[in-house]
Write a protein that binds this ligand. Structure first.
Ligand code: PLP
Length: 504
C-alpha cells in the first residue's frame, strides 16, 4: 500500500489564517504544497503495479468512510493525503497501470501533466481571443501542427476557411458538427424540414453520435445504423449506404449527415473513407470522420493510409487524450468551414463585445463549442509535441502495436482460443472457444472468464459483442506497458481459462 507520510513534516494549517484571512494562492504555500503533491503522484506511479487495476470496492463504499458534511475547520494536508491513500485510491481504477488493457487507453505523460499543471496554474478562461490571446493562438498553431503531422488536407488548416479546435471529448466534437450540418441543411431546405433530416452511419459507430442526434432533435427513426458484419470486418459498405440513401430520398426524406469511423470502438474497424465521402458529397451531405482512437496511429506513415479519403471529409476528429500522451481531456476537431460552426453556435452579447472580435480579426473559440468557458488545453498538447518530438511519438505508437501483435501471436498459439477479427492497430479481439454443444456460442463462458480475470486485480480487460458473440478486448496503449506486462496478462488469461474449463 502506498504510504506517503514519509514526505511530510507535520503539515501546517497556514493555508487558513494569515492577516486574518484565507490566502488561497500564496506563492510560497503553493510551492510547498505542490511539491508534496508532485511527490505523492510520483510515488503513486512508482507503486502503481501494486494496486488492483480494476477497483474492487462495492457501490457506496465511500459514503461509509467520509463524513456527512464538509468540515467547518481546515484539515491538515497530511490528513488529507492519508485519506487519499486509505479511502480514495481503493476506489480508483488505475487507467495508467501498465496492466490496464480495457476500453481504449487514456494516456498520461510527464509532458501532458506539466501542461495540465501550467493550465491549472494560469487558470485562464479563454472563450474569446481577448481573454488570453495566447490560448487561442497556441490552440490554432498546435492544431495546425497536428493536422500537418496527420497530413490532413490544407482546408483543415487555420490559414483558410477552416481550422482546428480542442473539444473536451469526441462526443462534443460530433455534436457540434452535427448541429452545424443540421443548420446548414435547414438553411437550404427550410427550417420546418427538421423531421425529414436523416443521419447515416454504421451499427459499429460510437453511441456518441446517437446522443448527438438526440440533442440535435433528429428523429430517432431517422438515424440509420447500417448493418455491418464479419465479411467486411465490420466496416460500413458504400453499396448499402447508397441503397439506403436512394430509398430515403424516394420517400421524401433528406439525407444530411454521414459519420464514418476509423478504428471503431468494438473492434477498430475502418470505414472506407474515400467511397463514403464521395457518396456524401454527391448527396450534399456533411461527412464527419471519427478517428477518436486510431487517429493517433496515423502520424506514422505506414498507418496514414487508413485515413486516405479524409480529403472528402467536412470534419475530422481524434482524441489526443486517448493514445497521444496528452492527459484527459483533449479531443482535436478540424473543420473545413468554420463559419458553419459559428452560424450554429455563436452568440454576441453586449458584455462580451470587444474591438478584436467586432473587427472580425480573431478567432473566438466560444463560437466553436457548446460552453462559453474553456481551459488552456493546448498547452498540454504543445508540451507533448515539444518535449517528445514526432519521432518519439511515432515509436511510442509502433511499440504498442508491436506488443498487440505479440499478444495476438500468443492467443493464436493456444488452440482453446480464437482471434475474432483481424488486428489492425493495438486492439486484439479474441475469445475462448466454446464446446460444440454450447447453447449460447460460449457467451456465458467468455463473460465468466472476463469476470474472473478482472477480479484477480492483476489486469483489466473489457468486452464487446460482435455478431451476437461475446468477445474479450485486449487494448494495448497504457504509457507504462512493456512486453513483460503483456506476457503476464496472457498468463493470467490462460490460468483462469484452464480453471474455468476444469470446473465445467
Ligand atoms: N468515438 C470512438 C471511436 C470511441 O472509441 C470513443 C470512445 O472510446 C468515442 C467516440 C467517445 O469518446 P469521448 O469519450 O471522447 O466522447
Amino acid at each position: 500500500m502506498l504510504c506517503l507520510s514519509d514526505h511530510f513534516v507535520l503539515s501546517v494549517l497556514w493555508i487558513e489564517h494569515r492577516d486574518g484571512g484565507l490566502r488561497p494562492m500564496d506563492a510560497d504555500q503553493l510551492r510547498e504544497h505542490a511539491h508534496k503533491m508532485v511527490d505523492f503522484i510520483a510515488d503513486y506511479y512508482k507503486s502503481i503495479e501494486n494496486f488492483p487495476v480494476l477497483s474492487q470496492v462495492e457501490p457506496g463504499y465511500l459514503s461509509r468512510m467520509l463524513p456527512d458534511s464538509a468540515p467547518n475547520h481546515p484539515e491538515s494536508l497530511e490528513d488529507i493525503f492519508n485519506d487519499i491513500s486509505a479511502k480514495i485510491l481503493p476506489g480508483v481504477t488505475h487507467w495508467q497501470s501498465p496492466n490496464y488493457f480495457a476500453y481504449f487507453p487514456s494516456n498520461s505523460s510527464i509532458a501532458g501533466f506539466l501542461g495540465e499543471m501550467l493550465s491549472a496554474g494560469l487558470n485562464i478562461v479563454g472563450f474569446s481571443w481577448i481573454t488570453s490571446p495566447a490560448a487561442t493562438e497556441l490552440e490554432m498553431i498546435v492544431l495546425d501542427w497536428l493536422a500537418k503531422l496527420l497530413k490532413l488536407p490544407d482546408d483543415f488548416l487555420s490559414g483558410g476557411q477552416g481550422g482546428g479546435v480542442i473539444q473536451g471529448t469526441a462526443s462534443e466534437a460530433v455534436l457540434v458538427v452535427l448541429l452545424a450540418a443540421r443548420d446548414k441543411m435547414l438553411r437550404t431546405v427550410g427550417k420546418n424540414a427538421l423531421e425529414k433530416l436523416v443521419v447515416y452511419t454504421s451499427d459499429q459507430t460510437h453511441s456518441a453520435l446517437q446522443k448527438a442526434c438526440q440533442i440535435g432533435g433528429i428523429q430517432p427513426e431517422n438515424c440509420r445504423l447500417l448493418e455491418t458484419d464479419s465479411t467486411s470486418n465490420y466496416a460500413l459498405s458504400p453499396d448499402v449506404l447508397c441503397e439506403t440513401i436512394a430509398h430515403d430520398i424516394a420517400i421524401g426524406l433528406i439525407p444530411f449527415f454521414l459519420c464514418a469511423t476509423v478504428g471503431t470502438t468494438s473492434s477498430t474497424a475502418v470505414d472506407p473513407l474515400l467511397p463514403l465521402g464521395k457518396i456524401a458529397k454527391s448527396n450534399g451531405m456533411w461527412f464527419h470522420v471519427d478517428a477518436a482512437y486510431a487517429g493517433s496511429a496515423c502520424i506514422c506513415p505506414e498507418y496514414r493510409h487508413y485515413i486516405d479519403g479524409v480529403e472528402e471529409a467536412d470534419s475530422f476528429n481524434m482524441n489526443a487524450h486517448k493514445w497521444f500522451l496528452t492527459n484527459f481531456d483533449c479531443s482535436a476537431l478540424w473543420i473545413k468551414d468554420r463559419n458553419a460552426l459559428a452560424q450554429s453556435l455563436s452568440t454576441n452579447p453586449e458584455y462580451l463585445k470587444n474591438k478584436a472580435s467586432q473587427a472580425n480579426m480573431v478567432v473566438d473559440y466560444k463560437d466553436w463549442q457548446i460552453p462559453l468557458g474553456r481551459r488552456f488545453r493546448s498547452l498540454k498538447l504543445w508540451m507533448v509535441l515539444q518535449l517528445y518530438g514526432i519521432e518519439n511519438l511515432q515509436c511510442y505508437i509502433r511499440n504498442h502495436i508491436k506488443l498487440a501483435q505479440q499478444f495476438e501471436v500468443l492467443v493464436a498459439q493456444d488452440l482453446r482460443f480464437e482471434i475474432v477479427t483481424p488486428r489492425i492497430f493495438s486492439l486484439v479481439c479474441f475469445r475462448l472457444l466454446p464446446s460444440q454443444n454450447s447453447k449460447d456460442h460460449g457467451n456465458e463462458l467468455n463473460h465468466h472468464l472476463l469476470d474472473t480475470v478482472n477480479s484477480t486485480g492483476k489486469v483489466f480487460l473489457s468486452h464487446t459483442v460482435l455478431s451476437g458473440k461475446y468477445i474479450l478486448r485486449f487494448a494495448v496503449g497504457a504509457p507504462l506497458t512493456e512486453e513483460r506486462h503483456v506476457t503476464a496478462a496472457w498468463k493470467v488469461l490462460q490460468d483462469e481459462a484452464s480453471a474455468l474449463l476444469r470446473s465445467l
